[in-house]
Ligand binder design. Structure first.
Ligand SMILES: [Zn+2]
Length: 543
C-alpha cells in the first residue's frame, strides 16, 4: 500500500511538473533528431575549418531557413566567415638533400620557426666555417651546460647563434644534437619568434648520427626553406527575426567541437576517435534552433531576435569575438544575449541549472526565478566565463549563460547523444522562453559590470587580471579587457596592451606567459614590460 501511495504522490508531483503537452513532445523529438545528427560520427566532431564543420553549418542554415528566419550573415547568406591564424606552417617548397638523398620534412629535418626563407647548396663539412656556405652547429654542449637552467630556451639560443653567423657570412645554419639523451626538438608553428634572414634547419638525431659523426667527410647539401601562415576559416551561422522593434535579443550557442582531438583541447589525449560533442555543444545548438521556431510562431513581437551559432569557440571564443567585432546588426541595439553551452545533462535528482551573468544587469534578479516546478537555478554573477557570452559582456551587453554542469564525458569521445537528458533540456528551453516573455517590451535592460572571482588555478597562484585576446597572432600576449579591481588595472594596464616580458621571462605567447606567471608568488615584486602601440613601457608590479 505505502509503496503504491508513495509512488502515486511521486507521479502526481512529477507529472504535474513534468506533464508534457503534444507540442512539447514535438520539441523534444526535434531536439533528439538535431543532437543525434550534429553529434553523429558523420560530422567528425565538427572541428572548425573541417568538412565536419561544413556539414554542420549547412545543416544549421537549412534549419534556420525552414524556421523562417532571415539570413543575417555575410551578404544575403546565413554564414559569416572568419579567418583563424594558427601560426606558421612548413611549405612544400622546403627541402633538404644531403649526398643526393632527399630527407623527409618534419620527420628527418625541419626549419626553425624563425628561419629565413631561402636556399643554400654546395659541398660542406661540419668543421668548415666558410662565407657563403651553410655552417653546422651541434647543440649538445649548450644543452648540457644549461640542463639545470629553468630560463634556458634552446630555440632562443639557436636564433642568437644564427644571427651571429649571419653577420659572419654564413648562408645557412644547420643544427643537430649528437647528445645521447633522446630529447628531440619539434617544429613549433605557434611560436612567434621574429623571422631572420638565413635558413635555419634542425636535423633529427637519426640523420645526424648517419651523416655527421665525428669524422664525417665532405658532404653535399641542397636546402631550401619556406614557411607560410597557417590559417583556417571558421563559419558562424546567423538568422534573424525582424519585428521592426527598437531592440534585439540575441540567442546563441557554439556548434564547433574538438574533431578527433587534434587541437590539444581533448581531456583524453591520445584518443583520436570522433569527439561527438553531444552535450558540448550540440545541446545548446539544438536549443537555438528550437527557440527560433518557438519565437517565430509566438506573439513575442516587441523585440527583434537574432539567432547565432558560433564556430571557433573551442579555439578561444573566436567566432563570438569575430561577430562582436564585425556585427551584422548594430550592437547598441542589443538588449541582452543568452548563451547556452552544455545544457544536455540536467541532473534529474537536483534539477540544478547553473545560470551565469546574473550580475550583468540589475534587472535579472526581478526576471529570473530561482526555483520553478522543473528547475532549481544556481546563479553565478560573473559576466566572464569559458564560453561565448564573454565576448558580448566585454561589449557591455547584459548576458546570461546556461549550463547544466561538467560531466565525466566532458571533452572526451564519450560525449554522446544517448547520454542527453532531452526532457531536462526542454525544461531549460521553457525557462528561457519565460525570460523572453518577461522582457517582451520596448525597454532595454540596464547593464552592470561584475566583480570577477579570484582566478587562482593549479598552475599559478598570482594573476594580473585581464582577459587575453585569443585571436592575437603577434609576438607577446595582448590584453583584450582589463578586469576591474585587479592588479593589471592597479598598475595602469590598458586593453590593447601587449605584454612581452614578465621580469626575466620573455613572453612570446599565452603558454610562455602562463609559464612565467607560475614563477611568481604573492608578495613578489617584478616588472611587466609591454608595448602600448609603438611605445615600450615597464610597469612595476607587486603580486
Ligand atoms: Zn562548449
Amino acid at each position: 500500500m505505502k509503496y503504491i501511495f508513495i509512488s502515486l504522490i511521486l507521479i502526481s508531483t512529477g507529472a504535474a511538473a513534468q506533464r508534457l503537452k503534444k507540442s512539447d513532445k514535438e520539441v523534444i523529438e526535434n531536439l533528439k533528431k538535431e543532437i543525434t545528427y550534429l553529434a553523429s560520427d558523420k560530422l567528425q566532431g565538427r572541428r572548425t575549418g573541417t568538412e565536419g564543420e561544413k556539414l554542420a553549418y549547412e545543416y544549421l542554415s537549412d534549419q534556420f531557413e525552414k524556421a523562417g528566419l532571415a539570413p543575417k550573415g555575410d551578404g544575403n547568406s546565413f554564414i559569416q566567415t572568419f579567418e583563424i591564424n594558427e601560426g606558421k606552417q612548413i611549405l612544400p617548397a622546403t627541402h633538404f638533400i644531403i649526398n643526393d638523398t632527399a630527407l623527409e620534412s618534419r620527420k628527418d629535418f625541419f626549419p626553425l620557426i624563425f628561419s629565413g626563407d631561402g636556399s643554400a647548396k654546395g659541398d660542406v663539412s661540419p668543421a668548415f666555417k666558410e662565407k657563403g656556405r651553410p655552417w653546422f652547429w651541434d647543440i649538445k654542449d649548450v644543452l648540457d651546460e644549461n640542463q639545470n637552467n629553468p630560463h634556458f630556451d634552446i630555440a632562443e639560443a639557436i636564433r642568437n647563434k644564427a644571427l651571429d653567423i649571419e653577420k659572419k657570412g654564413a648562408s645557412a645554419l644547420i643544427t643537430y644534437n649528437s647528445g645521447k639523451a633522446d630529447d628531440e626538438l619539434e617544429f613549433d608553428g605557434k611560436s612567434k619568434m621574429p623571422q631572420i634572414q638565413i635558413p635555419v634547419i634542425y636535423l633529427s638525431k637519426k640523420v645526424a648520427a648517419k651523416y655527421l659523426s665525428d669524422n664525417a667527410a665532405n658532404l653535399t647539401v641542397d636546402l631550401q626553406t619556406a614557411l607560410g601562415d597557417k590559417t583556417r576559416m571558421g563559419h558562424n551561422v546567423i538568422g534573424y527575426i525582424d519585428n521592426g522593434a527598437a531592440h534585439t535579443i540575441i540567442l546563441g550557442a557554439h556548434y564547433d567541437h574538438l574533431g578527433l582531438g587534434q587541437d590539444n583541447n581533448t581531456l583524453d589525449p591520445g584518443n583520436h576517435e570522433v569527439h561527438n560533442g553531444a552535450d558540448d555543444n550540440a545541446s545548446g545548438t539544438a536549443s537555438v534552433i528550437e527557440l527560433a521556431k518557438l519565437v517565430k510562431d509566438s506573439k513575442l513581437k516587441n523585440n527583434n531576435y537574432l539567432f547565432i551559432c558560433f564556430s571557433g569557440e573551442e579555439l578561444g571564443l573566436l567566432g563570438s569575438k569575430y561577430f562582436t567585432e564585425h556585427p551584422t546588426i548594430p550592437l547598441d541595439q542589443v538588449d541582452y544575449m543568452i548563451n547556452s553551452d552544455m545544457i544536455g545533462r540536467l541532473n534529474d535528482a537536483t534539477h540544478k541549472i547553473i545560470i551565469g551573468g546574473y550580475g550583468t544587469s540589475p534587472e535579472w534578479s526581478k526576471i529570473l526565478p530561482e526555483k520553478t516546478k522543473a528547475l532549481t537555478a544556481k546563479f553565478d554573477s560573473s559576466g566572464i566565463g569559458p564560453s561565448d557570452h564573454t565576448s558580448f559582456y566585454l561589449q557591455n551587453i547584459p548576458v546570461l549563460f546556461f549550463f547544466t554542469g561538467i560531466e565525466k564525458d566532458y571533452h572526451k569521445a564519450t560525449d554522446d547523444a544517448d547520454k542527453i537528458n532531452y526532457v531536462g533540456e526542454f525544461r531549460v528551453i521553457q525557462y528561457i522562453q519565460d525570460i523572453l516573455k518577461e522582457t517582451n517590451n520596448n525597454q532595454k535592460i540596464a547593464f552592470s559590470k561584475t566583480r570577477e572571482p579570484k582566478m587562482e588555478t593549479a598552475h599559478f597562484s598570482v594573476t594580473l587580471g585581464f582577459m587575453p585576446d585569443y585571436s592575437y597572432s603577434g609576438n607577446g600576449v595582448k590584453a583584450d579587457a582589463i578586469i576591474d579591481g585587479k592588479t593589471a588595472q592597479k598598475i595602469g594596464m590598458k586593453a590593447g596592451d601587449v605584454i612581452t616580458r614578465l621580469g626575466d621571462y620573455p613572453v612570446t605567447d599565452l603558454n610562455s606567459y602562463m609559464a612565467a606567471l607560475g614563477k611568481f608568488k604573492k608578495g613578489d615584486a617584478t616588472v611587466v614590460t609591454l608595448m602600448r602601440g609603438n611605445n615600450k613601457m615597464n610597469l612595476e608590479v607587486v603580486f
